[in-house]
Design a protein around this ligand. Structure first.
Ligand code: IMP
Length: 200
């Protein structure tokens, strides 16, 4: 089965290919020759993921999914959320984003936060949403050099290593993205199984 992932992020593509396995042929935007900027200007993760998926579905008619992720901090009423990549400005500088978060939280005892990934799937012309969440706290200083984005200040609940101190495989066992993609995988596998039953 062929399915388009509305992204050109090689790192994510590899990660998702390994989660979805060989039953699916995953194509990136580059693979289907889409050069345009995919819209990403909604105020919710759900809206962004859906608008990306709808844009590609409209252009190609193919089965497609898109994802959007944000760090949601309780004391900041869910910010940076949908603004996570460009919280400190359009240069999308991860260090500046982290500095901004730490400055905003410097006098705050409530350090609760979560990463949330939303996947929007358009499959056989119907829309579906899948969500993955990991909860944790924002520590006061960066720790670790692995990962990306806010990983050095995010300590997942029940762990004593930040995401940036963990091996990627360790992070992938519990991450928001892995949880959301696991749900997508289950959905697609279910579909494949029931479809096969019908045709036997
Ligand atoms: P995207 O929707 O996956 O592109 O993520 C948007 C932004 O959220 C990224 O630019 C990062 O700032 C942040 N982010 C997403 N996933 C992670 C993660 O696993 N660790 C740290 N930051 C992340």
């Amino acid at each position: 089965m062929i399915i388009v992932f509305a992204s050109n992020n090689e790192h994510k593509l590899r990660e998702i290919k390994s989660i979805l396995g060989n039953s699916f042929t995953l194509l990136s935007l580059r693979d289907i020759n889409i050069q345009e900027d995919v819209p990403e200007d909604e105020s919710l993760l759900e809206g962004n993921a859906l608008s990306k998926a709808r844009f590609i579905h409209k252009a190609t008619g193919m089965n497609v999914f898109a994802d959007d992720t944000g760090l949601e901090i309780s004391a900041l009423n869910g910010l940076p959320g949908v603004l996570s990549a460009r919280f400190a400005g359009e240069s999308k500088d991860p260090s500046a984003n982290i500095e901004k978060v730490l400055t905003l939280l410097c006098k705050t005892e409530n350090r609760k936060a979560r990463f949330r990934t939303v996947i929007a799937l358009i499959f056989e012309k119907k829309e579906y949403l899948f969500e993955g969440i990991v909860t944790g706290t924002i520590i006061r200083e960066k720790r670790g050099i692995e990962g990306f984005g806010y990983d050095p200040v995010f300590l997942p609940d029940g762990k004593n290593q930040t995401f940036a101190e963990m091996e990627l495989a360790e992070k992938n066992k519990i991450s928001h993205r892995a949880r959301a993609f696991e749900k997508l995988r289950e959905f697609l596998n279910q579909y494949t199984l029931s479809n096969n039953k019908e045709t036997i």
